[in-house]
Design a protein around this ligand. Structure first.
Ligand code: CU
Length: 232
């Protein structure tokens, strides 16, 4: 028994290695909103789970077999209207509560939202081109980089994502969720208000044998340092 437990624990830990904890430590406004959604839906789920498990434990104990009730046959009950109504309405209410922030944030962050498509002052626009097996980042003054992506802190960064060949996926876990990069169609993705730091970025869609080589470093620096770097 003990051996099985240790083996299972090792297996679970091994599987968890693939998880990216950076997602739960958001370093931009965009990532913060996304983490809020994860935490919010997880909390709602846990509330339901805990109530169900407590009730189950209570019923298992309450209706257990004792010497007294050993030969009693329970009364056959044909439904309970109040209960039926309650457990139909409650899940609907929970879904509504879950849907409101989810829809609001998803639409606000979506590639087709007006915030993402209309150019506004103060925004930084960067072209991101994916191809097997590297990225090309093109900045507003025409400068290009590949292994590192440099961003100014505190600004809305608008990425214009394009692929030269197959489907890739642009992902900087600390700064925001993944977005597909498609051949033949430009997608727009915004990362708002990143904090200073260096973050891992990668391709999150298996795109061929050297897929794992599509890693890059994202450096978020001060606005002055960013302009200095651009001129270099
Ligand atoms: Cu790729």
């Amino acid at each position: 028994m003990k051996k099985h437990f240790t083996l299972t624990l090792l297996l679970v830990l091994g599987l968890l290695q693939g998880c990216n904890v950076a997602v739960l430590d958001p370093m931009s406004e965009t990532a913060k909103e996304q983490t809020f959604l994860i935490n919010f839906s997880f909390s709602l789920m846990m509330i339901v789970l805990i109530i169900v498990f407590l009730l189950m434990a209570r019923f298992v104990w309450k209706y257990r077999e004792t010497d007294k009730n050993k030969h009693v046959i329970p009364k056959d009950v044909k439904g309970n209207r109040k209960l039926e109504i309650a457990w139909t309405i409650l899940p609907v209410l929970l879904l509504v509560v879950l849907a409101i922030p989810t829809i609001a944030i998803t639409y606000d962050q979506s590639a087709s939202s007006p915030a993402a498509t209309e150019k506004q002052a103060g925004e930084i626009h960067i072209d991101v081109k994916a191809q097997q097996f590297f990225w090309t980042f093109t900045y507003e003054n025409g400068k290009e980089s590949s292994k590192e992506l440099v961003l100014p802190k505190g600004k809305p960064i608008i990425f214009h994502l394009k692929s030269k060949d197959v489907i890739h996926s642009f992902w900087i876990p600390s700064l925001g969720g993944k977005t597909d990069v498609l051949p033949g169609k430009e997608l727009v993705y915004e990362i708002d208000n990143p904090k200073i730091g260096t973050y891992d970025g990668k391709c999150a869609e298996f795109c061929g044998v050297n897929h794992t080589k599509m890693r890059f470093k994202t450096k978020v620096v001060s606005v002055e340092a960013y302009h200095k770097w651009l001129k270099k």
